[in-house]
Write a protein that binds this ligand. Structure first.
Ligand SMILES: Nc1ncnc2c1ncn2[C@@H]1O[C@H](COP(=O)(O)OP(=O)(O)OP(=O)(O)O)[C@@H](O)[C@H]1O
Length: 256
């Protein structure tokens, strides 16, 4: 297994309160890995430390072997760590393809160097990314009229503009209908398989988590209590205890 991300003994305390208490884990190249846990477990705190928004109290983060601990978010993003958020950050007045072109211009650092010609360039590349997320037929629609699930797929295309080696997805399916959730994660799994990108995501919907993740980590009160495949995590007594018996959360028809 080749690691893209390695986290060693990462800790964060807020005025003496230990939100993340020394977690260690890794994400492999081409892996789709979930980080789950009850509310307040420390998932967002962990993500924010990986992405540079929060400085760890202690511990190290390595990207492809390089120490990126405490680096600025923009540096980490430039090094190939992308992120999607719970709330989409698209420009509502622009069309779908223009939003992707804008992200491509930013990636190629040409955003301020072009005038009206801007919308002619990167269109083919943008259309190809829209094809990846099955949004090509909506390219010229304004974002303001898109369904929420389509906005999330567009956000994924925008994140891919920067050719991330690792993509962090914070509750990607929040606010979506159950069928759209499964579709979005299937799309993400296809991208992981076809492009070799690694994805680490947090999620509250256990059907989504158990249907698509290669591995699952469980955080509870800032401590990592499990890290394994679906069957290992489902059968872990500490995990079952945290999820109040598990029966209703870990469905038998989920993939092992
Ligand atoms: N800025 C802060 N100051 C003080 N405490 C904080 C701060 N941010 C988070 N916490 C606390 O740290 C703990 C972990 O919070 P965090 O948001 O990381 O959890 P989470 O697992 O992402 O939760 P959720 O699933 O509800 O988003 C919680 O007890 C939270 O109240």
């Amino acid at each position: 297994m080749t690691e893209i991300l390695r986290v060693e003994n990462l800790r964060k305390s807020y005025s003496g309160f230990l939100a993340v208490g020394g977690v260690s884990f890794s994400v492999a190249k081409g892996e789709l890995k979930a980080l789950i846990g009850p509310n307040g477990a420390g998932k967002s705190t962990c993500f924010n430390m990986l992405m540079g928004q929060l400085k760890p109290t202690a511990g190290k983060v390595f990207l492809d072997g390089e120490d990126i601990t405490g680096r600025k978010p923009r540096d980490i993003w430039r090094k190939g760590v992308g992120r999607t958020f719970q709330i989409t950050g698209t420009y509502q007045s622009m069309t779908v393809v223009e939003n992707v072109q804008m992200a491509l211009m930013s990636h190629h650092r040409r955003i301020f160097s072009l005038g009206p010609r801007a919308w002619k360039i990167y269109r083919d590349e943008a259309m190809s990314l829209l094809e990846t997320v099955a949004m090509k037929n909506q390219a010229d629609r304004p974002c303001s009229i898109l369904a929420y699930g389509d906005l999330k797929r567009l956000e994924l295309a925008i994140a891919l503009c920067h050719k991330p080696r690792l993509l962090l997805m914070d509750e990607p399916t929040a606010g979506m209908a159950p069928s759209a959730r499964i579709e979005l994660m299937q799309l993400t799994a296809d991208i992981v398989r076809d492009q070799g990108v690694s994805v680490l995501f947090t999620e509250h919907d256990m059907d989504v988590v158990f249907a698509h993740s290669h591995h699952i980590m469980v955080l509870n009160r800032g401590e990592l209590i499990a890290d394994g495949n679906a069957a290992q995590v489902r059968n872990d007594p500490r995990v079952q205890e945290v999820y109040l018996g598990g029966g209703t959360l870990f469905k038998e028809n989920s993939h092992a």
